[in-house]
Design a protein around this ligand. Structure first.
Ligand code: SF4
Ligand code: SF4
Length: 351
């Protein structure tokens, strides 16, 4: 019986990408996963997966983070040293300006810890594109970042903030002791700056990830729970809540393997595959840039070391919106995480 490969196995073999993921699904101890993503798409007449446009440049500014969450697909943490350099950021800016990209979605790690973060946002806003920043909230309460909510507000940045749960114990279990209280304090500061306050025009969207090996509940229903509980318990508000399925990648993959839940989780993803979600998977309209400038179809492929392929540009220096808009997307069994249930993306449910 062959063992299920680990995340590091996949990363170390990223040079043999073609067929790697399907090989894992078919040959490893994953016989229950007989339906690979590609063969499922073939049966549905949706193969191969082809991009439709590039409307969002998602920029991963590095893997440094002040937290080390148990479900992190990037395996970010305080000891990570990978940070996007000024040179790569300039290449991103050039791509945004020359290709008139409408939106940049900044992520990490904790992108605020990149020393070029503020300058990057100011340049992006001057170029007229919409800017979203992802934040784990807790970074805002650090003394050196107290002014961040006002900075974001002045620059009309949309804030997408992860908050695993409205219950302290559940959040702290996933993110570390003290993270829940810090997050609540951070949302209070964001509310004071106008974020999540009706009529302010400043969007504060919360992100919910399941705290275990299960799929997220219906987005609207968990949003209603969060709204009620956060208001009643802490007097805080937000614009909307998005749900994201935990992908079997990175630290969450390690958790699934360690707890013996990997097969069950994959079976669940496959059993709940929703053909209608395929049309809206985020890679169809987004391109992801890694800290070193490499281009990926999405942040999950980035975590797996699977660069853009099939003749598409794979480095920000060769960014070509026309070629990328109709590229063939690199897929694997992890893609079931995007098509299960209501579907999942960095912007939440997709059906
Ligand atoms: S999930 Fe987010 S906050 Fe947690 S370690 Fe990963 S990048 Fe940091
Ligand atoms: S994991 Fe990435 S490549 Fe696969 S369907 Fe989701 S967004 Fe697309």
């Amino acid at each position: 019986m062959r063992r299920i490969p680990s995340h590091s196995d996949v990363n170390s073999r990223s040079g043999t990408r073609d067929g790697l993921l399907s090989e894992i699904a078919v040959n490893a101890d994953m016989t229950a996963f007989s339906a690979s993503f590609d063969s499922t798409l073939k049966k549905e007449g949706q193969y191969p997966l082809i991009a439709k446009d590039v409307l969002v440049l998602q920029v991963n500014m590095g893997r440094l983070c002040n937290l080390s969450c148990k479900h992190c697909h990037v395996e970010a943490g305080p000891a990570r040293t990978e940070l996007m350099s000024e040179e790569v950021i300039r290449d991103c800016l050039k791509a945004v300006k020359t290709m008139a990209l409408p939106e940049v979605d900044i992520t990490g790690g904790s992108p605020e810890l990149n020393p070029h973060y503020l300058w990057f946002i100011k340049e992006l806003r001057q170029s007229g594109c919409r800017v979203k920043t992802r934040t784990n909230l807790t970074v805002i309460v650090r003394k050196e970042f107290h002014w961040l909510p006002e900075f974001w507000a002045e620059n009309k940045v949309e804030v997408v903030a992860s908050l695993p749960h409205y219950l302290k114990d559940t959040t702290d279990k996933l993110r570390g002791s003290g993270s829940f209280n810090a997050s609540i304090e951070a949302v209070k500061r964001l509310n004071r700056a106008g974020y999540g306050v009706p009529g302010s025009g400043l969007k504060l969207n919360l992100v919910f990830n399941p705290c275990g090996a299960f799929l997220p509940p219906a987005q609207r229903s968990i949003e209603a729970d969060f709204r009620k509980e956060l208001l009643n318990r802490h007097g805080i508000s937000f614009s909307s809540l998005i749900t994201i399925t935990n992908m079997p990648v990175g630290r969450f993959m390690t958790f699934l393997r360690k707890t013996g839940n990997l097969e069950r989780y994959m079976e669940k993803l496959i059993a709940t595959h929703n053909p209608l979600a395929v049309e809206n998977v985020m890679c169809k309209r987004l391109i992801s840039v890694g800290w070193d400038g490499a281009l990926y179809d999405c942040d999950f492929n980035q975590a797996l070391g699977l660069k853009c392929d099939y003749g598409a540009p794979d480095d920000i220096k060769n960014f070509d919106v026309k070629a990328l808009s109709s590229r063939r997307i690199v897929t694997g069994w992890h893609c079931f995480g995007c098509t299960s249930g209501a579907g999942s993306s960095c912007a939440g449910a997709i059906t």
